[in-house]
Design a protein around this ligand. Structure first.
Ligand SMILES: Cc1cc2nc3c(=O)[nH]c(=O)nc-3n(C[C@H](O)[C@H](O)[C@H](O)COP(=O)(O)OP(=O)(O)OC[C@H]3O[C@@H](n4cnc5c(N)ncnc54)[C@H](O)[C@@H]3O)c2cc1C
Length: 417
């Protein structure tokens, strides 16, 4: 079966759905291809910083989510090795027009809020992309031809790869494979039907090369994580009971009972264990992030370690800026047959350096926060000294506003005629 589409988005995660919605807001209809049979949200929850809320406001769905999730006002970091506690206030997290707060949000709620705004047939499930090629038509215009696993062939003018960290579209563009940071994360959602009774906020714990955290989502749920350099001796990643045992008896052994108690309350179906991957920043800065009518967004473009909590937030930024570039370039469509390519070029120019710095910054933040590996080598000792003296007290508070960026940039122009 051969289908023709104007804009195809590969992948129905945060980036894919947000991009489809941003395009809808400026008057373009896109088809989203998702390999799964339904929307899937691995990882249960994520933290959305002000930049994400500005993007969600541009998409018109921030008011759906904000009443469900209260802003977090502060984060406490306890160094279990020294006993020192550092307190970080999230400056300006008041929910007003200038700032939108930092909130932990269910991933599923975010995906559903995005999907609900799309036309019913916008997402084509069970549609796995298996190959891409570029073809020149008789009138010398170019199209991209997508082959799906079910035999469907789609001809599209624009293809936006939002297919995650192992993106087939990024590979076709020639971007390098993601690198392994050498660290792993276990995440879960603890559920307390009668309420957990803890204050709303973030508590982090550091010990050697391990970092753990618990973030309240609401009065009954807490999202927790453990990030470590230690690798598992056997593959227990798909066995929730063994994974929980590994966390409490090994990875977070000796951590405060308050944290271990949260781990005990984990909903087994929410557990996940992932290697932390990132793309080499110079590959994003200088690599082929678009070609003709093909580009990438979200993790497909800039997979990053989660240490700044910006992967999903920056995917939402991508969506708004890509849609804005397409709608602005469309104004010249009558006179310029290359308007679409120019729109993608402008999008990549607008995003490239911001996400390059985010990827590099996230890697550095992870390395420093986890004590440079936690060993006794001079660089690990230096990383811990830097973390305790400079990173938490000075650098993190001062760089937050840069990372969370200005709301003025994340707006959409009017719909096309
Ligand atoms: C431990 C951890 C904690 C994190 N915490 C945060 C946080 O607090 N805040 C934050 O902002 N970010 C966080 N992130 C990052 C965030 O999870 C990602 O950046 C975000 O999910 C990326 O969304 P995406 O849509 O680009 O990719 P994905 O969510 O991976 O979605 C890709 C979609 O494409 C589909 N797909 C893939 N290949 C194909 C194909 N060939 N054909 C069709 N469909 C395909 C997949 O099924 C999937 O639905 C964290 C990441 C990790 C690992």
């Amino acid at each position: 079966m051969m289908i023709q589409e104007e804009i195809v988005i590969v992948g129905g995660g945060i980036a894919g759905l947000a991009t489809a919605l941003a395009l809808k807001r400026v008057g373009f209809q896109a088809r989203v291809l998702e390999r799964n049979t339904e929307l899937r949200a691995g990882g249960s929850a994520l933290t959305l910083a002000p930049n994400a809320w500005f993007a969600l406001r541009a998409l018109g769905i921030d008011d759906k989510l904000k009443p469900l999730y209260q802003p977090i006002q502060e984060s406490l970091v306890t160094n279990l090795d020294s006993g020192a506690i550092q307190e970080a206030k999230f400056a300006g997290t008041q929910d007003n027009s200038e700032n939108a707060g930092v909130r932990s949000v269910h991933r599923k709620a975010l995906l559903e809020a995005l999907a609900e705004e799309l036309p019913p047939d916008a997402i084509r499930f069970s549609s796995k992309l298996i190959s891409i090629k570029s073809e020149t038509l008789q009138d010398s215009s170019k199209v991209t031809v997508l082959h799906l696993e079910d035999g469907t062939v789609i001809q599209a003018k624009v293809v936006i790869g939002c297919d995650g960290v192992h993106s087939a579209v990024a590979q076709w563009l020639g971007l390098s494979q993601p690198l392994n940071s050498g660290r792993w994360a276990v995440r879960g959602l603890a559920v307390y039907p009668e309420g957990h009774g803890l204050d709303h906020g973030v508590k982090q714990y550091l010990s050697g090369g391990t970092r753990a955290g618990a973030l309240t989502i609401n009065s009954k749920e807490i999202y927790w994580f453990v990030v470590t350099y230690s690798s598992l001796e056997r593959d227990i990643s798909t066995n929730p009971e063994l994974l929980l045992e590994e966390v409490s008896k090994n990875l977070a052994k000796g951590f405060p009972s308050e944290f271990l108690n949260v781990v005990k309350h984990t909903d087994r179906s929410s557990l996940s264990w992932v290697p932390l991957l990132f793309r080499a920043p110079w590959n994003i800065a200088f690599g082929n992030v678009y070609s003709g009518g093909v580009t990438v967004a979200g993790d497909a473009m800039h997979p990053m370690t989660p240490d700044l909590g910006q992967g999903g937030c920056s995917a939402l930024e991508d969506a708004v800026i890509l849609a804005r570039c397409i709608s602005q370039a469309h104004l010249t469509a009558a006179t310029d047959r290359h308007w679409l390519e120019k729109a993608l070029k402008r999008y990549v120019e607008a995003r490239r350096w911001r996400v390059t710095w985010l990827v590099a910054g996230a890697w550095f933040a992870g390395w420093v926060q986890q004590g440079g590996g936690g060993g006794q080598e001079w660089w690990s000792v230096l990383a811990r000294w830097f973390r305790d003296r400079f990173y938490y007290p000075f650098i993190l508070p001062r760089t937050r506003n840069l990372i969370w960026c200005d709301s003025g940039d994340l707006i959409l122009s009017d719909k096309r005629d």
